[in-house]
Design a protein around this ligand. Structure first.
Ligand SMILES: Cc1cc2nc3c(=O)[nH]c(=O)nc-3n(C[C@H](O)[C@H](O)[C@H](O)COP(=O)(O)O)c2cc1C
Ligand SMILES: CCCCC(=O)C(=O)O
Length: 330
């Protein structure tokens, strides 16, 4: 049941498969004879430095995967010196995640709740915990239809676990449910810009017109995402819309997630204009397999693969990549 929750997607899982398949259809075209002894993998995103262009995407319910849950994840992410986007649906409170690894670089993912006062209170907690950006998930005006969860009847957390960022008291039942609000609109983004100084990233952009509107709305960045194929099924693979979103985003930094499994996938996304990518399921698998060590293993392996792919492509820096390094082969 829990494996299916983590692995699964919406509907027929067409988009879930497409994310990896579209990346696999792209070929990398390396350059030759441009030797350099060392590669620079680091990037600065909205003022936060990451040691590699690979972030940890927000994923819910880490305590289902490992007893320590998000505490184990954050220790591994801090050791890798990259950014963890903390899910609003984490099973450890954002304050406790921050306290577990002082100096960890945290962004906070938010589902805007219909109750603005409650939404604002959550943002204040994320700010106080030291999160340096807000990632607003905008692809979920309703929860995706995940048939694996329906078949397994997985609709609530095991006893003793809850969404700690939505607690309103100390008793086990003192917690609100996350609402996927069909009413969220650009007005909410304008409101968020009024109430917080944190840079705002919109997560779940797939339409180029929305990229243009986002730039106009004064957000700080975009995350091209289809929620790992878990929201509306049959939407495009993220790598396939990335170039047009980059073109429409008016110079805003554009991140991407969905189907990134190898260093070569990271290079393809960067070559097509992403400033960085994020990993969803691979982090959960590392966590489920070996806790903190497992997440460390996933992050160090992909770092090594990015470095290796860069050297093979004749690049000294992630900034050396451009669209000429990628071809589509059918
Ligand atoms: C188990 C699971 C839980 C997720 N929970 C959240 C969440 O709480 N908030 C959110 O914005 N996205 C969530 N996502 C989507 C991820 O942030 C990300 O977009 C997606 O996993 C990337 O694709 P990948 O798993 O192929 O790397 C979740 C994804 C998975 C697989
Ligand atoms: C209510 C939590 C939703 C988590 C989520 O976004 C996902 O499972 O994809």
């Amino acid at each position: 049941m829990y494996y299916d929750y983590f692995a699964g997607g919406a509907g027929d899982e067409v988009t879930l498969r497409a994310n990896e398949a579209s990346l696999a259809r792209l070929a990398l075209v390396p350059r030759i004879l441009r030797g350099s002894a060392r590669r620079e993998l680091g990037v600065t995103l909205l003022g936060t430095r990451a040691s590699m262009p690979v972030l940890v995407a927000p994923t819910a319910f880490h305590r289902i995967a490992a007893p320590d849950g998000e505490r184990a994840t954050v220790r591994a992410v801090a050791a890798a010196d990259t950014i963890m986007i903390v899910s609003m649906a984490s099973t450890v409170a954002v304050e406790d995640i921050a306290a577990e690894a002082p100096g960890a670089k945290l962004w906070f993912q938010l589902y805007i709740q219909p109750d603005r006062g409650f939404t604002e209170a959550i943002i204040r907690r994320a700010e106080a915990a030291g999160c340096t950006a807000l990632v607003i998930t905008v692809d979920s005006p309703a929860l995706g239809r995940r048939e694996r969860d329906d078949r397994n009847d997985f609709h609530e957390l095991p006893d003793g676990m809850r969404c700690e960022n939505l607690r309103i008291g100390d008793a086990p039942g003192d917690v609100r449910q996350i609402t996927m609000s069909p009413e969220i609109s650009w007005d909410h983004i304008a409101w968020l810009r009024e109430i917080t100084d944190l840079p705002i990233v919109l997560k779940g952009v797939l339409h180029r017109e929305d990229a243009r509107l986002a730039a106009e709305a004064g957000v700080a960045g975009l995350l091209v995402s289809n929620h790992g194929g878990r929201q509306l099924d049959t939407v495009p693979a993220t790598i396939d819309v990335l170039p047009e979103i980059v073109d429409a985003a008016g110079g805003l930094p554009v991140l991407m997630d969905g189907g990134i499994r190898r260093g070569t996938d990271v290079l393809k996304a960067l070559a097509l204009g992403a400033s960085a990518v994020a990993l969803g399921r691979p982090v959960v698998w590392g966590l489920a397999a070996e806790g903190e060590q497992g997440v460390k293993g996933v992050l160090e392996r992909i770092r090594d693969e990015v470095d290796h792919a860069l050297v093979q492509c004749g690049c000294a820096s992630v900034r050396d990549l451009d669209r000429s390094f990628v071809r589509c082969h059918p």
